[in-house]
Ligand binder design. Structure first.
Ligand SMILES: Nc1nc2c(ncn2[C@@H]2O[C@H](COP(=O)(O)OP(=O)(O)OP(=O)(O)O)[C@@H](O)[C@H]2O)c(=O)[nH]1
Ligand SMILES: [Mg+2]
Length: 333
């Protein structure tokens, strides 16, 4: 199953973000530091043009610090992009964002006096929490579930900066299925729009390969098995996630794994690296090229008149029926 969640309110919110973009001096894209690529909105990337963009790697307290550094270097290769790591445990550092907003705008146009900054990002990434820290008061509603903010909200920070809080949005088509799983694992997708088991298997497969020591520690295992299924079975036995008769409750252990990942109990984990993404992009491009080639082949066959076996069968049946019909007509005459 590929994760898909794009309800009506998100469609509307994405449209409104696109409409407001022209009045915005600087775009603040709040990314999840655990999934900096999967949490980046490709629709906005297409529309941003040369508008300055500050990418906040948020929830960095939950991410692998070494990977966060790698991601910063990778993201800043893009012209006009600056990055900043942020988490709620250091509000004094968070306030540096205000200076960065000013500096970013001054670089582009020194004449800008009043700055409009729009905050965008996937659901549940911490946009409203960030705004409350910058505004030094609880002005935006927050909550540990996706889709808390439903409408745009303007917040005047004083000293010439106006922030626009926006509802968390995903995008209509997740080209890379792994992106869907990572978004779901991080908590950006509503529970009812994902299967815990699918996301749990995907996550377990990644974790036993990328963070084996953290998994051994957390589930008190001497060694790790090779497959995600065997790992989940062992973890379930350790946590008592069993059904009547002692059978393993895979659904339960998948829920445990995802919840502990989201809350940081498994340790500081990043679910993707720049290298993985480069590789996945190549694979997706190959797949897309194959699809186009297959389609062209089908079109060519249609032009040549060479029919597929399936179509041939149907043609024969049609011709047989026509012959029978014609026989019946002849008999009537
Ligand atoms: N560990 C950790 N949790 C955070 C951080 N920032 C925000 N959160 C938590 O993430 C959850 C979501 O925060 P919100 O600010 O409501 O997120 P949002 O992006 O506005 O979400 P929507 O309005 O639903 O799109 C809350 O439970 C916050 O406490 C952070 O830096 N670290
Ligand atoms: Mg919000």
């Amino acid at each position: 199953m590929a994760v898909h969640w794009f309800p009506g309110h998100m469609h509307k919110a994405l449209l409104e973000i696109k409409q407001s973009l022209s009045q915005v001096d600087v775009l603040i894209e709040v990314l999840d530091a655990r999934i900096p690529y999967s949490s980046e909105n490709p629709e906005i990337a297409k529309l941003r043009g040369d508008k300055p963009c500050l990418k906040i790697l948020n929830k960095s307290d939950l991410a692998d610090p070494e990977m966060t550094e790698k991601w910063q270097t990778h993201l800043e290769k893009d012209a006009g992009v600056k990055t900043f790591t942020n988490s709620t445990d250091n509000p004094a550092k968070t306030k540096q964002i205000i200076d960065m907003i000013r500096a970013t705008c001054a670089q582009k146009d020194a004449s800008i006096r009043s700055i409009n900054a729009m905050i965008i990002g996937i659901p549940n990434v911490g946009k409203s929490t960030l705004i409350n820290i910058l505004a030094q008061r609880t002005i935006a509603k927050t909550g540990n579930e996706p889709a808390v903010t439903k409408n745009q909200q303007r917040i005047n920070l004083g000293s010439g900066i106006v922030l626009l809080d926006t509802p968390g949005v995903l995008w209509p088509k997740l080209e890379n299925p792994n992106t869907g799983y990572r978004l779901a694992a991080s908590g950006a997708v509503k529970d009812t729009a994902m299967e815990y088991d699918d996301v749990g298997f995907f996550t377990a497969d990644f974790l036993i390969k990328a963070y084996p020591d953290l998994m051994k520690d957390r589930f008190k295992l001497d060694s790790l098995p090779d497959t995600e299924l065997a790992f989940l079975e062992l973890a379930a036995a350790k946590r008592g996630a069993l059904m009547a008769g002692g059978r393993v409750n895979l659904h339960k252990i998948c829920e445990v794994l995802i919840n502990e990942l989201r809350s940081g109990k498994l340790g500081r984990i990043t679910l993707e690296s720049p290298e993985m993404l480069i590789q996945e992009k190549i694979e997706m491009a190959e797949l897309a090229a194959k699809k186009i080639a297959d389609k062209q082949k089908r079109k060519q066959k249609f032009k040549d008149g060479s029919l597929t076996p399936d179509k041939k069968d149907r043609k024969e049946v049609r011709e047989q029926k026509r012959a029978e019909q014609s026989q019946r007509m002849k008999k009537k005459r």
